[in-house]
Design a protein around this ligand. Structure first.
Ligand SMILES: [Zn+2]
Length: 248
């Protein structure tokens, strides 16, 4: 199950590409800042749009891809812009755990570029090893589990998530009238019609029922994190409401 999921996540849809034999240069988390501070480095975030929305490295280009499969087309379409100014193109890429960007660098190398680097161990290794005062990371790092995001030292982040469109959400966004748990949020409300929203609402109701029957096995630790976040959110909503009342 886990292996299949991993394979699905890293699929890019380019036949004949073997990242094991032709990846870019690995850069350790400790050497990553020096590469980023070099003005000749072009930094590309290889993750999907909803992941980048939670946080990214300072100065990173966001390809705004919905899935990793869109990456090759994005690169080909922007290749000329990326390599303009006559500079020696040095391309640095990163992803959450360092697996997806291996595929991306192998692809970019196959497109004829040689100076290609990726962050070894991904953002997670960087957040684990690099102290916050030296960090070039801004925001939080989206992760594919109950935590939604993590911060420096891999501490659980402050964001929750829209279960309809996967966008990370701040406490303030969750006070929006367009936010409904598991159904819609300010990012996707206008992209979906009533029928779709009704379907999401039904899915959410089924998930709740399953959770009540004890079919959803969340670890006690995760429950604790969610409970803390829920309390934080409620407090934030209360603060927002008080602020609004005070303004009237
Ligand atoms: Zn949404």
């Amino acid at each position: 199950m886990k292996v299949r999921l991993k394979k699905e996540i890293v699929t890019m849809g380019v036949p004949g590409l073997d990242p094991r034999s032709d990846v870019g240069h690995y850069v350790a988390a400790e050497d990553w800042n020096a590469l980023l501070e070099d003005p000749d480095t072009i930094l590309i975030d290889t993750r999907n749009d909803y992941e980048v929305a939670a946080g990214t490295f300072r100065g990173a280009i966001d390809p705004k891809t919905k899935t990793f499969r869109e990456f090759p087309n994005w690169f080909r379409a922007h290749r000329a812009d990326l390599l303009a100014d006559g500079r020696t193109p040095r391309i640095a890429m990163f992803c959450t755990g360092g697996i997806r960007c291996e595929k991306a660098t192998a692809f970019v190398k196959a497109e004829g570029l040689d100076e290609v680097y990726h962050l070894q161990g991904g953002i997670l290794k960087y957040l684990e090893n690099i102290p916050q005062e030296q960090s070039l990371w801004e925001g939080e790092c989206f992760v594919f589990d109950q935590r939604v995001t993590v911060k420096h030292g891999l501490e659980p982040g402050s964001l929750d998530q829209c279960h309809a469109c996967r966008m990370p959400l701040t406490a303030e966004e969750m006070t929006s009238p367009h936010y409904e748990h598991g159904v819609s949020c300010p990012h996707c409300y206008n992209e979906r019609d009533d029928k779709q929203r009704a379907r999401y609402a039904e899915r959410e109701r089924q998930a709740q029922l399953a959770a009540e029957r004890g079919e959803a096995h969340l670890g006690a630790h995760m429950d604790e994190i969610r409970e803390r976040k829920r309390r934080e959110r409620e407090e934030e909503i209360k603060r927002q409401n008080e602020k609004r009342r005070a303004a009237h």
